[in-house]
Design a protein around this ligand. Structure first.
Ligand SMILES: [Zn+2]
Length: 201
């Protein structure tokens, strides 16, 4: 597993960005995160970038407790425990057939978590899962998904650029809401829902 770490600027904020948490989705997501590394970014704070966590492991949803007992799941928990990020972002890819399920408005009732929201080019965004907030209380925890086919790379890179360059999470959210006002206001609401749920877990 490759781990890139960069510390720059005055900020003490720690940002953890991980990709490819399932099966071979790292083949798609890994190269995008490698591209991020080679972009000319003004990093503010500490950025830990892991392009790929899973190397061909059997698919188990991150919603399932079983995931956190797999090799990839244990790595993920360890990374969160060790780095204690203020800002956490995980990046996946989804198959076309999974789309309806991911954005299902009733996902909150059927799966206990809010649906993902559409941005551009098939990119979806949501709040990170309660399981992870329980491990460490992030200020901002996000899940981003793109299709496993081509498309969405630039959208993901533009979001990550904002996250890497801006240190305060509220400022990140306000910058993102210039482009995605409705989605970000929902994310903020989901976020507080998940945080309050985690506190009661
Ligand atoms: Zn995944």
């Amino acid at each position: 597993m490759k781990i890139y770490r960069c510390v720059s600027g005055n900020s003490k904020v720690v940002k953890l960005i991980v990709g490819g948490l399932h099966g071979n989705e790292g083949r798609i997501i890994g190269p995008i995160l490698e591209r991020l590394k080679h972009m000319n970014l003004k990093v503010n704070g500490e950025v830990i970038l892991i392009p790929r966590i899973s190397y061909g492991e059997k698919y188990i949803s991150t919603l399932s407790r079983k995931y956190y007992r797999t090799k990839a799941g244990r790595k993920l928990l360890k990374l969160v425990e060790v780095f204690k990020p203020n800002i956490y972002v995980e990046i996946h890819c989804y198959r076309r057939s999974a789309y309806e399920k991911l954005v299902d408005p009733f996902r909150r009732f059927s799966m206990g978590i809010p649906p993902l929201l559409s941005l551009d080019d098939g990119v979806l965004i949501g709040a990170a899962l309660p399981q992870l907030f329980k491990t460490h209380m992030f200020d901002l925890g996000l899940v981003i998904e793109k299709t496993c086919k081509r498309g969405g790379e630039e959208t993901i890179l533009s979001i990550l650029k904002i996250i890497v360059e801006i240190s305060e999470y509220l400022e990140i959210l306000s910058k993102l809401s210039l482009k995605y006002p409705q989605q970000i206001s929902k994310i903020v609401a989901y976020h507080s829902l998940i945080k309050s749920k985690t506190r009661n877990m």
